[in-house]
Each structure stands twice: as structure tokens, then as C-alpha cells.
Design a protein around this ligand. Structure first.
Ligand code: FEO
Length: 170
């Protein structure tokens, strides 16, 4: 049976991963209607990836004899000024998620729930990858600049990144 304090903390993380998925979906929609099909494809995939992060936690809680809960999820922002703003917000959001995973890890250690601490290693590694990915994209956006040619180039790169990720791994 999973420790109740740990279960409560995981349910809160489920809420955050669900919000991440909605946030990236909102950004995908904005990208699609504002002429960035590559960014849209990339962000639709990333929204699916966040849903997978959420589901992995749901299954873990239930597999440990607990009961995963869905909590209220905010409506994300739907309007953005530019791809630069979109990816800056993603970078900030991923740093917040990393902090949240660290705190969840701390809860599991304080509760001496070493199974959960071990399970969370996957998320800790995933956050290293995610922060690195979004830092790289943001660096590229800064490099090519905010003009139309630069944004077109970035959109093509994001399209290529989306195409290179099989849906099952998204
Ligand atoms: Fe679920 Fe992007 O971290």
C-alpha cells in the first residue's frame, strides 16, 4: 500500500503534468493558427509526451495499491507574442516542473518510501533532457533572430525535430 502522504504529493504532480500537456496544446494551437506549422507539430507531440508523464504516475499510484486522483487544472494562456515568448515560457515551466519533481523526491525520502524514490529517478533524468532540449531551442531562436526569415528557419527545424520523434516516443 502506498504511503498516503506520498500519494497526495504524486496526485499533485499528476495535476502539474496534466497542466503541462494543456499548456503545450494551447501553444500548439497558437502556433498552428499563426503560421508556424513546424512548431505546432513539435508542440502537439510534446503535449502527448506530458500526457504520458501524467499516465505513468497514475499507473504507478494504482499499481502500488493506491488511488490516483484528478484535480482541477487551470486553463492555460492561449495568446502569445512570438515563438520566442512561447519557448521562453516553456523553459521557465520546465524549470518549475524540475523543482516540483525534486520536492516530490524529497517527500518520498522523508517518508522512507524508497520504491517511489527509485521510480522518480526516471522523472529526474527526463527533466535533465527536457531542460537541455528547450535551452537548445531557445538558444537557436536567439541566434537566428526574430525576423521573418529567422522564424521560418526555426519553424523548419522544429518540424524536422517533430518528424524525427516517432509518435510512440513522443
Ligand atoms: Fe513532464 Fe516536460 O515534464
Amino acid at each position: 500500500m502506498i504511503n498516503p502522504t506520498v500519494q497526495t504529493a504524486i496526485n499533485e504532480q499528476i495535476r502539474k503534468e496534466e497542466y503541462s500537456s494543456r499548456l503545450y496544446l494551447a501553444m500548439a494551437i497558437w502556433s498552428e493558427v499563426n503560421g508556424f506549422p513546424g512548431a505546432a507539430a513539435f508542440l502537439y507531440e510534446h503535449a502527448d509526451e506530458e500526457r504520458m508523464h501524467m499516465l505513468k504516475l497514475v499507473h504507478y499510484v494504482n499499481d502500488r495499491g493506491g488511488n490516483a486522483s484528478l484535480l482541477e487544472v487551470d486553463v492555460p494562456p492561449m495568446q502569445f507574442e512570438s515563438l520566442m515568448e512561447v519557448f521562453t515560457e516553456i523553459k521557465n515551466h520546465e524549470e518549475y516542473i524540475t523543482q516540483s519533481i525534486n520536492e516530490l523526491y524529497e517527500v518520498s525520502m522523508n517518508e522512507k518510501d524508497y520504491l517511489t524514490a527509485n521510480f522518480l529517478q526516471w522523472y529526474i533524468n527526463e527533466q535533465v533532457e527536457e531542460e537541455s532540449l528547450f535551452n537548445t531551442i531557445l538558444d537557436k531562436i536567439k541566434l537566428v533572430g526574430m525576423d521573418k526569415a529567422g522564424m521560418f528557419h526555426i519553424d523548419k527545424e522544429l518540424e524536422a525535430m517533430a518528424a524525427a520523434t516517432p509518435a510512440s516516443e513522443a
